[in-house]
Design a protein around this ligand. Sequence first.
Ligand code: GAR
Length: 212
Amino acid sequence: MLISGNGSNLQAVIDAVALDLPVDIRAVISNKADAYGLERARNAGIEAWVLDHTQYPDRESYDQVLAELVASFKPGLVILAGFMRILSPHFVNKFRGQLLNIHPSLLPKYRGLHTHQRALDAGDLVHGASVHFVTEELDGGPLVLQIRLPIENGDDEEKLAKKVLSQEHIIYPAVIRWFADGRLRMKGNSVSKDGVTLKGPLGMRYHEAPPA
Ligand code: GAR
């Protein structure tokens, strides 16, 4: 798993693995040495690595080393969990179909940063988070599952972020489980689940259980 910060999504996956999620988290890699997620990994007995991007002259050289480090663990799936860097085409193509990301908006709305504030500024009534396969297009790969939740009176950026994050912790392990069970595949630029090509992302509402 690749992280840059707090690692609460990483923790959700660690907790799900402790319960019954059939994956083995081989390593956690952060581009930042002070990412709290590294501590979460160590506490769970998972190898924690720092690969500091500031030590590399450009994105390509960093991503080259990152790709080699990731590949050394022979992962079946590479999970981006708050990894706040754009990945170069070389990296993305090397792990094509095995690379998942979670993003705090209802993609294709609000790619990039400050998604909660942007949803509030736009006067949106509904907001959420998306899990998608990663392609060369930033926050643009085929969508798998989205959680939708209402923006309520009195929600500010912080409250909304908290609400969305709590739901990310549900949808990410659910999607990872589908992948681990061999039920989910990226096919070209779309996704198939249980052999059926999805016409769009699967959806889940606030306080609902993820689809089976
Ligand atoms: C999460 O909200 C995740 O969706 C977001 O960063 C946060 C990481 O939280 N990712 C992105 O914005 C990627 N474009 P965490 O470190 O507590 O899991």
